[in-house]
Design a protein around this ligand. Structure first.
Ligand code: PSU
Ligand code: MN
Length: 307
C-alpha cells in the first residue's frame, strides 16, 4: 500500500487505512509555529483525543529526520512543540531540501495535504488556511496552501481564514483554481475568530453526509482539486470583531515597519495577534480546532461508510 520510499505511516494509521476506517490528518506548523509551548502540545494531544472520541484515527503529519511521517507518537508531538520555531516551517518548496538534509520539519496546510494524499488519507482538519495576503497586488504573497488545494484531492476542514489576509481575494483565487468552498451550517465565509465575513461561499452544507457526497462526486469525476470546508467557530468562543480587527491592523503595521516578509509573515502576524488580544484568542483558536476535528472525523466516517 505504501510504495513511497520517503514516507513512514504509523502502524495504527496503516491498519486503519487498510481496514477502510476513517482517518483524519492533522498539521504540525500549528504546533511548532502557531501556538506557544506548552499549550501547543496540550492542544495537539487534545485534538488527537477528540478525533478518536469522534470515531476516527488521527494522523498528525510532520517530517522527522528527513522522513515524511503520517501518524506521530505523543513524544514526537512533545518534541515538535517544545522545539517550536527551532523546527523549520515546511511548505511544498521546502520539502526536497529538508528531506535531502535529513532534517525535521513542521508541515503547513500545503505539505500536510500533500503527505496525507501520499498516505491515502483524504480528510484533514486544521484551524485556518493560508491565503492571499493584503497587498498581494504588489507583493505577490499568496500562500502555497491555495495552490495545493488546486492540485491535491484532500478535503480540508478549517474555520475560514484569518482577517490578516485579504479574504475576498482569497475566495477569488480559489474560484480561479476550481476549488469548491463549502460553508458548514452557513452561506458565509467564516473569518476564523469570528463567524462572519460578509462574503458568500459556493454552497452551504448542513450534515457530514452532504460534505461526503460532494467530495465523492468530485473524486468520482476524476477532478484532482481539493475541497475546502469552512466551519464557523462555535458562537460561545467567537471574539469581538472590533477587538480582533484592531489587533490585526496593529500587527500588520508592525510587520510593515519591521520589514517582515516571506515565510515569516504569517507566523509573525499570528503571534502578534495572540499577544495583542491576550489569552482569549488562544482559547478561541483551540476551540475552533477541536470543532473542526469533530466535523472532519464525522465526514471521514461518512466517506468510509459509503466507500
Ligand atoms: N493560519 C492560522 N494558523 C496557522 C497557519 C495559518 O490561522 O497556524 C499556518 C498553517 O500551517 C498554514 C500556514 O498552512 O500558516 C500558512 O503559511 P504561509 O502563509 O506562509 O503559506
Ligand atoms: Mn507567503
Amino acid at each position: 500500500m505504501n510504495l513511497n520510499p520517503f514516507l513512514d505511516i504509523s502502524p495504527e494509521v496503516r491498519a486503519a487505512l487498510a481496514a477502510g476506517k476513517p482517518v483524519v490528518a492533522l498539521e504540525s506548523t500549528i504546533i511548532s509555529h502557531g501556538m506557544p509551548y506548552p499549550k501547543n502540545v496540550e492542544t495537539a494531544l487534545l485534538v488527537e483525543r477528540t478525533v478518536r472520541e469522534s470515531g476516527a484515527v488521527p494522523a498528525t503529519i510532520a517530517i522527522l529526520g528527513g522522513r515524511l511521517k503520517a501518524g506521530l507518537s505523543p513524544e514526537e508531538i512533545e518534541y515538535l512543540g517544545r522545539t517550536g520555531r527551532g523546527v523549520a516551517k515546511v511548505s511544498r518548496r521546502d520539502l526536497p531540501i529538508i528531506v535531502a538534509r535529513g532534517a525535521d520539519g513542521a508541515t503547513t496546510v500545503a505539505t500536510t495535504m500533500l503527505i496525507a494524499h501520499m498516505a491515502g488519507i483524504s480528510v484533514f482538519a486544521t484551524g485556518g488556511i493560508g491565503g492571499v495576503h493584503r497587498g498581494a497586488e504588489t507583493t505577490m504573497d499568496i500562500s502555497a496552501d491555495l495552490e495545493e488545494l488546486a492540485q491535491t484531492p484532500v478535503l480540508v476542514v478549517c474555520a475560514g481564514a484569518k482577517a490578516i489576509l485579504d479574504l475576498g481575494l482569497t475566495l477569488e483565487y480559489l474560484e480561479t483554481k476550481g476549488v469548491p468552498v463549502i460553508g458548514y451550517g452557513t452561506a458565509e465565509l467564516p473569518a476564523f475568530y469570528t463567524r462572519e465575513s460578509g462574503l458568500a461561499v459556493d454552497a452551504r452544507a448542513d450534515a457530514p453526509e452532504e460534505l461526503a457526497a460532494m467530495f465523492r462526486a468530485q473524486r468520482g469525476m476524476g477532478l484532482k482539486t481539493g475541497m475546502l470546508v469552512t466551519n464557523p467557530i462555535p458562537a460561545a468562543f467567537a471574539m469581538d470583531k472590533a477587538a480582533v480587527d484592531a489587533a490585526i491592523e496593529q500587527a500588520l503595521a508592525e510587520a510593515k515597519a519591521q520589514g517582515v516578509h516571506g515565510k515569516e509573515t504569517t507566523p509573525f502576524l499570528l503571534a502578534r495577534v495572540v499577544e495583542l488580544t491576550g489569552g482569549e484568542s488562544l482559547e478561541s483558536n483551540i476551540q475552533l480546532v477541536l470543532n473542526n476535528a469533530r466535523l472532519a472525523s464525522q465526514t471521514a466516517a461518512a466517506l468510509a461508510a459509503e466507500a
